[in-house]
Design a protein around this ligand. Sequence first.
Ligand SMILES: [Cu+2]
Length: 149
Amino acid sequence: MRERKFSFVVLVTVLALVFGAFSGSVVSVFADSKPDLELIVKVNEKGFFDEKDKLLGPKNPLKVPKGAIVKVVFVFDEGVKSLAIGDVHQIAITADDSWTVESDKIWFFNGKSKVTFVAGENGRTQYRGYCIIDCIGMDHLNNLVIHVV
Ligand SMILES: [Cu+2]
């Protein structure tokens, strides 16, 4: 009787592990589902920059089509000779209704982090991005603008 109970526990444990692994892979497949649009945003002490090193901000907003699955990849872009090479950044993207998504921390040894969202969901028309860590560039990392078009 005792043995049967033990094997039942083992079976439940195995099932839980298998199911856990399965559901985990389902979740990661969804998270990795192909975005409609992938945007690279370089982050350094001088601000947010696009792939061509053009400063992003209110005068140069990112534009995303309504309904698109948008992936924004934040890239740690501090110069090796800059004091800011030791900095850590973490970017929040927020909408007027206070919806927010945060990147992971990016720094010298973890140079990239992505966030994914559906542009214009729940009637959102614009997003702002800013660094939520007190860093050398904090005065310049507060005005990333994303317009839904
Ligand atoms: Cu920062």
